[in-house]
Design a protein around this ligand. Structure first.
Ligand SMILES: *Cc1c(COP(=O)(O)O)cnc(C)c1O
Length: 369
């Protein structure tokens, strides 16, 4: 029986061809060619005016928040259910993360909890579209407008997710993406900063180039201390192939989710899977099963059952407030986040997963339920 990994990238001859070309020819005058092409194609896909390829999503978030002026003593609101990557830039900038509860229907930050957590020090709201599920952007953007606080999107998991005709990552003041090897499209490691705000773009562009402004004619003349979070041309070459294949990659993710949904229909009363609310499309980065609270549920036993069948199970993110990590402390009660995480697992979903393998995973879940 073959092992079923929880993710792995989809690499074809096209990625190999572009990467080979970049390694052979992408130097000197051509050392930015794939980077600029990838940035342009990603902007077109998303429907934004400006993009900056970065070394990681975390780096893109760090620069974006810095460009918004987030600093010492400021507060930034985000969901308690998040990967540490989303909160670490807030801590690095000397600001305080304010962790709020999630919504039962979306598993993303709850607009009521966000509004209740706003103080005069609130400098930004980070909307993370968890596992491809969309935040309630209309309500969050309205809260941001009324309080004069920018809403930014962590769309690392939301390639292929669309909210009322707009792609995830294109709705906030800025959005950030990850191309880590586990994500829907990959460059090995990598990320993207996106915005349609030209002034913010210029600030992040300067920050991303060690503080050197675009129009500066003096060599090696920074106007401030910046960052070094650039993507290399070699990585961007792989990205160019992936973005050319993006429709296919998104479709496959959606097909895998729908196959799981069908295979798990007999136990649908005992589980909740990633929602797709009216007016939205879910990119289904990670098909997830949450067992309903009425049942007894032993997560460790389910993970053991997966393991016995050579299947990689993956736990839902822990609430950040439970990690006990320094600086990640300020939070209110987050009962929904706590009710969900311990009853949930992610299912394998790489593009080459076969129908038989999906059935093998689904059978373990069905037997368990
Ligand atoms: C993967 C991920 C990140 C981190 O991305 P890197 O490219 O590894 O920095 C940030 N936020 C979310 C929601 C993620 O899933």
């Amino acid at each position: 029986m073959s092992r079923i990994y929880y993710t792995k990238p989809s690499i074809t001859e096209l990625e190999v061809k572009y990467a080979t070309d970049a390694a052979a020819n992408g130097w000197g005058e051509r050392c930015y060619d794939y980077i600029h092409r990838f940035e342009r194609q990603f902007a077109e896909h998303l429907g934004v005016t400006h993009t900056i390829a970065t070394a990681s999503c975390t780096g893109a978030m760090h620069m974006g928040l810095a460009a918004l002026g987030v600093g010492d003593g400021d507060e930034v609101i985000l969901a308690d259910i998040n990967w540490i990557a989303t909160v670490s830039p807030v801590v690095h900038l000397g600001a305080r993360p304010v962790l709020v509860d999630v919504d039962r229907a979306t598993w993303c930050l709850s607009p009521e909890s966000v509004e209740a957590a706003i103080t005069p020090r609130t400098k930004a709201i980070i909307a993370t579209h968890i596992y491809g599920n969309l935040c309630e952007m209309e309500r969050l953007l309205d809260i941001g407008r009324r309080h004069g606080i920018p809403v930014v999107e962590d769309a690392a998991e939301a390639i292929g997710s669309v909210y009322q005709g707009r792609r995830a990552g294109a709705m906030g003041r800025f959005g950030v993406f990850s191309f880590h090897g586990t994500k829907t499209i990959t460059t090995g490691e990598g990320g993207m900063f996106v915005t349609s705000d030209p002034a913010l773009y210029e600030r992040v562009l300067t920050l991303s180039n060690h503080g050197r402004a675009r129009g500066e004619t003096r060599q090696f003349w920074p106007e401030r201390v910046g960052f070094k979070y650039k993507m290399s041309n070699l990585q961007a070459a792989v990205g160019c192939a992936q973005i050319e294949r993006i429709e296919e990659l998104i479709e496959r993710k959606r097909a895998i989710f729908n196959a799981y949904k069908q295979a798990l229909a007999p136990v649908s009363g005992r589980i909740q899977m990633n929602p797709e609310h009216p007016g939205t499309q879910n990119g289904y980065w990670m098909p997830t099963v949450v067992f309903t609270a009425a049942d007894h549920f032993d997560r460790e036993a389910l993970l053991a059952a997966f393991k016995a069948d050579q299947i990689d199970g993956r736990v839902f993110f822990w609430p950040l407030s439970d990690l006990g990590v320094d600086g990640v402390g300020l939070h209110s009660d987050t009962p929904v986040a706590h009710a969900i995480y311990s009853r949930a697992v992610n299912l394998p979903s790489y593009h080459d997963l076969s129908e038989d393998e999906i059935e093998r995973v689904a059978k373990v879940v069905r037997d368990f339920a």
